[in-house]
Write a protein of this length. Structure first.
Length: 75
C-alpha cells in the first residue's frame, strides 16, 4: 500500500464547519480501499472512520478538526 502524510495545515474548513483535505483521483486512485489514520499524542497511528466524499475528479477526507496523520491507499 502507498501512503500520503496529512498535516493539520493541509485541511480547509468547509461550509458545514468541518475540515477537509482534497486529493485528486490521479494521486490516490478511486479511494475504494482508503484507510485514514490519525497520529496520536504517543506518536502512534490510530485508524479513523472519517467520511470520504467524492466530487468529480476529487476525493475529500472530512473530520471535525484538522489533524496530523496519513492515508493508506492501493495504487
Amino acid at each position: 500500500m502507498s501512503q500520503k502524510q496529512l498535516k493539520k495545515t493541509d485541511f480547509a474548513e468547509n461550509n458545514e464547519k468541518q475540515f477537509q483535505i482534497e486529493f485528486k483521483t490521479n494521486e490516490i486512485g478511486e479511494g475504494i480501499n482508503l484507510i485514514v489514520q490519525k497520529l496520536n499524542e504517543n506518536g502512534e497511528y490510530e485508524m479513523l472512520q472519517a467520511p470520504v466524499r467524492r466530487l468529480n475528479d476529487s476525493i475529500f477526507v472530512v473530520w471535525d478538526h484538522p489533524f496530523d496523520g496519513r492515508i493508506l491507499f492501493d495504487q
